[in-house]
Design a protein around this ligand. Structure first.
Ligand code: G3P
Ligand code: CA
Length: 269
């Protein structure tokens, strides 16, 4: 990070800015990763999907409607699915005004633009492949962009990158294509199912509402594909009490829209 808490690489649990610092800047924009950086957070999370013409973009919903002005610009294109718009069309959208006037003009970044910004900021990335069933081949395409931007170099793979998905198939595909990459499965498998996940996922990243001390301990008792204990990044924890509870359960990371709130709570213990 270029900011005050530069490279708190040993922070435990680590604090991950969800969709960037998305309580304070429009989610999944360059402004949101810059905000995370300005607050002193190197880890950010994002969501990757694909345009009609095959360009990877960073956006959470499968529709453009909630986080852009697409309805105003393209009133006849309901339900405004990401996959029905070209990259050139999406580039015209305002992805900031819905959040606040001072963010007017923020764009839906392409994954390439996004990677250039997190590289510039010396950040670390938990990249989520979102809705992969809608986008056959998105795993290979995501890895191609990561490679082009230098993120498959050993130093990055070792310390700066996790690729996660709610889709078991997608996580397994990423692991098969690039076994060196750290992967995460989003969900809460039954404890007896965890050994199967441990064959291709280094992390099991669960909603904070679903986990217990026993569950996190069970995870930690298993070795992932790289011979290290499975890890848990829990989401989405935006309160001090929630952060303290998660830390008490022994999680490895907390994914939050309010990284400053979480860090302050963890420092106070
Ligand atoms: O990174 C975990 C979290 O982002 C998963 O849920 O819906 O915010 O992508 P969602
Ligand atoms: Ca996500």
């Amino acid at each position: 990070s270029t900011a005050a808490h530069a490279d708190t690489g040993t922070e435990r649990p680590s604090v991950v800015a969800h969709r960037g610092a998305s309580a304070y800047a429009p989610e999944n924009t360059l402004a949101a990763v810059d905000k995370a950086d300005a607050l002193g957070f190197d880890w950010v999370e994002n969501d990757v999907q694909r345009t009609r013409d095959g360009v990877l973009v960073v956006i959470h919903d499968d529709s453009l409607a909630r986080t852009t002005d697409v309805e105003r610009l393209f009133p006849r294109r309901a339900p405004w699915k990401v996959r029905d718009f070209t990259a050139a069309e999406i580039a015209r959208l305002d992805a900031g005004s819905w959040f606040g006037a001072r963010y007017a003009g923020a764009r839906v970044p392409t994954l390439k633009q996004y990677m250039k910004r997190v590289s510039r900021n010396h950040q670390k990335l938990v990249l989520e492949i979102k809705n992969p069933a809608l986008y056959p081949g998105i795993e290979r395409e995501t890895l191609k962009v990561l490679g082009n931007e230098g993120w498959l170099a050993p130093s990055h793979v070792r310390n700066r990158l996790v690729v996660q998905s709610f889709s078991t198939n997608s996580v397994r595909t990423v692991h098969t294509l690039r076994p060196d990459i750290k992967t995460g499965f989003l969900g809460t498998p039954k404890v007896w199912e965890l050994p199967a996940y441990a064959r291709f996922a280094d992390q099991v990243n669960s909603s904070h509402t679903t986990i217990s001390l026993g569950y996190v301990a069970a995870l930690h008792g298993l070795e992932g594909p790289h011979g290290r204990p499975l890890e848990m990044l829990t989401w989405t924890v935006d309160t001090a009490a929630g952060a303290r509870r998660a830390a008490g359960l022994g999680v490895d990371g907390v994914i939050t829209n309010k990284p400053d709130v979480v860090r302050a709570a963890l420092l106070r213990g």
